[in-house]
Design a protein around this ligand. Structure first.
Ligand SMILES: [Zn+2]
Length: 121
């Protein structure tokens, strides 16, 4: 039993709102960065998400692996825990360093690249 993609995104990305529409690829605000118009899409059936703007993509397992820095097997356990609500953070409090990038490596937050001026909003 694995967790639905929306459960995973809601868990790791505070403030992310699942879209109402649930069939096929549904446009949604990218969970990985702030934006005002949806550039990402989530697929409830496939349990996957992808962003055309920043390249953020993944499924339930790969997102958990990136967010928690765990192996595939551990991510599967996490997914099961998320689906039944028994999820506990692996290492004390979950760390939310390095902004909201999923594909940044955990622990490298303070060496994040500065945002170039043309990308600032
Ligand atoms: Zn994005």
């Amino acid at each position: 039993m694995t967790a639905p993609i929306v459960r995973v995104l809601e868990h790791y990305f505070e403030g992310w709102e699942p879209p109402a529409e649930r069939s096929g690829w549904v446009p949604t605000l990218c969970p990985s960065h702030p934006e005002s118009r949806p550039s990402a899409a989530v697929n409830f059936g496939k349990g996957a998400v992808r962003c055309h703007s920043c390249g953020f993509r993944g499924d339930v397992i790969s997102i958990i692996r990136e967010m928690e820095g765990v192996s595939f097997a551990d991510a599967q356990r996490r997914a099961a825990e998320l689906s039944d609500g028994s999820h506990q953070p692996l290492r004390g409090q979950p760390e939310r360093q390095s902004g909201r990038r999923v594909f940044g490596r955990p622990g490298t937050g303070e060496r994040a690249q500065p945002v170039p001026p043309w990308l600032r909003r």
